[in-house]
Design a binder for this molecule. Structure first.
Ligand SMILES: C[S@@+](CC[C@H](N)C(=O)[O-])C[C@H]1O[C@@H](n2cnc3c(N)ncnc32)[C@H](O)[C@@H]1O
Length: 303
């Protein structure tokens, strides 16, 4: 999305314009009266939102399109898409000077988790299939899969559809959101913090796009817990952007600086150190075809 489009939507959300036009007001004058923006601001914003496909004119009044209802009414996480999360991220980018001083990004809003999961759920099917194929290739005899930081369950569903017995592990706020739309999937949902501990007894531990949200000490703890979650002979497959491999890894590290307290992107040596210390053998990193990410692989020895 063009930065101007995102900034306009962000300002419309901040001022209450989106809420007003979606639920209560139909004209620029009504929107201005409902919020504390000028009528000029309301008129220009509503017409730009119409041009962008978020509003339509019906009998002289502005109404939300189905696209806008999906994004902003949030009755279903799967229809939220990427825009609300991008606006949440923008909040934190605007706070980056302060975060650079304090080391802590602003507190998340009440809608952070649903918006985050909405955005994560937009991952394309080809990437999901490729990553899952990469992972199962590492342990063709696997039966039980642990999807760590599984978010909205895109990968868990693919593993389950391929016949694996799947457990999705994530933080409790995410699991609460997941229960609203994953309840009919054959996936066990387990809340917790992967840096504290994980359920055990798995043949394959899959962990996509989690390491970059954590600091080095947390990744060390995560790697150890992943090792303990596996049966002897089991395999861990992390998917992430590795510095020195992914060409946008450093900028993504800056994104993590803006968005998280400890996150960053890491080098091959750092991943190898964490995996070695946890006890993994046969460490390997390779590109995931068709993506700008890598698979980071380690085996728990059989004996
Ligand atoms: C970027 S999302 C990725 C979701 C999914 N794996 C994917 O690739 O689509 C990162 C996920 O990791 C989860 N996560 C981050 N830190 C975690 C922790 N300490 N314990 C459990 N889950 C964690 C977040 O809640 C979020 O769902």
């Amino acid at each position: 999305m063009d930065y101007r489009e995102l900034c306009l939507l962000w300002a419309a959300r901040e001022t209450g314009i989106i809420d007003a036009v979606m639920f209560r007001a139909g004209t620029p004058a009504e929107v201005a009266a409902e919020t504390d923006v000028t009528e000029r601001a309301a008129r220009i914003t509503l017409s730009a939102m119409t041009e962008l496909g978020f509003l339509e004119r019906v009998d002289g009044e502005y109404e939300a399109t189905n696209r806008a209802l999906g994004l902003f009414a949030k009755t279903d996480v799967r229809s939220i898409g990427t825009v609300p999360h991008q606006m949440d991220c923008l909040d934190r980018w605007f706070a980056l000077p302060e975060t650079m001083r304090t080391g802590r990004p602003p507190e998340p809003s009440d809608e952070w988790t649903a918006n985050f999961m909405g955005a994560m759920a937009t991952i394309d099917d080809a990437t999901v299939r490729t990553c899952v194929t990469e992972a199962v290739h590492e342990n063709p005899d696997a039966e039980r899969v642990l999807d760590i930081g599984g978010g909205p369950g895109s990968f868990s569903k693919e593993f389950a559809h391929r016949g694996y017995d799947v457990t999705l592990f994530d933080q409790s706020d995410v699991i609460d959101v997941d229960r609203t739309f994953l309840e009919h999937e054959p996936i066990e949902l387990v809340p917790g913090d992967a840096t504290d501990d994980l359920p055990t007894g798995f043949d394959l531990a899959f962990c996509s796009r989690v390491a970059h949200a954590l600091g080095p000490a947390e990744n060390r703890a995560l790697s150890k817990n992943v090792y303990d979650a596996l049966e002897p002979g089991g395999v861990a497959v992390f998917i992430d952007k590795v510095r020195g491999w992914a060409d946008d890894a450093a900028l993504f590290g800056a994104h993590m600086l803006a968005q998280t307290e400890n996150g960053d992107t890491y080098t091959e040596d750092q991943f190898e150190g964490w995996f070695d210390d946890a006890g993994f053998d046969d460490f390997e990193i390779r590109d995931v075809p068709g993506t700008n990410q890598q698979a980071i692989v380690g085996y728990r020895p059989r004996h």
